[in-house]
Ligand binder design. Sequence first.
Ligand SMILES: Nc1nc2c(ncn2[C@@H]2O[C@H](COP(=O)(O)OP(=O)(O)O)[C@@H](O)[C@H]2O)c(=O)[nH]1
Ligand SMILES: [Mg+2]
Length: 255
Amino acid sequence: MTPARSTTRLVLIPSYNPGRIVFETVSAALHQWNPVWVIVDGSTDGTAEGLQRIAAVDPALRVIVLTKNMGKGAAVLHGLDLAAQEGYTHALTMDSDGQHPAELIPAFMAASAAHPEAMVLGRPVFEASAPSLRVKGRMISNWWANLETLWVGVDDSLYGFRVYPIEALRSVMRNQPWMRRFDFDPEAVVRMCWHGVRPVNLPAPVKYLRPEEGGVSHFNYLRDNALLTWMHLRLFLEFLLRLPLLLLQRQRRPG
Ligand SMILES: Nc1nc2c(ncn2[C@@H]2O[C@H](COP(=O)(O)OP(=O)(O)O)[C@@H](O)[C@H]2O)c(=O)[nH]1
Ligand SMILES: [Mg+2]
């Protein structure tokens, strides 16, 4: 049975060549929420066609196809612009590759409804099988993100299972060229904090699927770590410029 349609909150799934696992991911999301929008980001694995076939018989699913690969952030922004036009106020983003817990969509949406001005961030709970290089690597990104936000309370900077207030995120993205590729998730958290959107953290398991289970990652260790390093360098320089203002905001922070 499809859940009742929400007119304020939607699930946005950016998707780039995830392979067949996307059908399970999307079906799990549809089990929990209505509407679910998938932004197919220039995929060449035939998943756009398969998803469109599902959408043809299930009005809870909308498939938006970008013919060229634009990057995760650009795909999310495309979805946010359309969602704003249709009056949605909040979007839960999740990955298309089966790593994120669809069963927690209602709990995250409920937390967002309780704190509409905040962003609801997943705090990853890793399985023992999670690659330790990825788990340790994110501690570096988290350290930078906490410094850049003066420890306002970001538990994890990289986990893309989140609920964002749409207008705040669009206005953060609109006026700068960054946050369009894989660097989207951590930069969004930092810039949203600077924008005055506070984080609410909820634990959420992350799965690392084996290739034979349909696990696919486009994370390229050198390319993406270079992108993340460059991103934190940019953010850090901007942080230094913003520091007086951030310290002032911190003084005024309640509690
Ligand atoms: N890497 C990558 N991911 C994209 C892109 N566009 C959308 N995505 C989505 O972003 C999510 C995260 O990417 P993934 O390769 O799984 O990275 P990982 O989970 O950190 O290993 C997936 O849902 C992708 O389908 C893109 O251009 N590159
Ligand atoms: Mg992934």
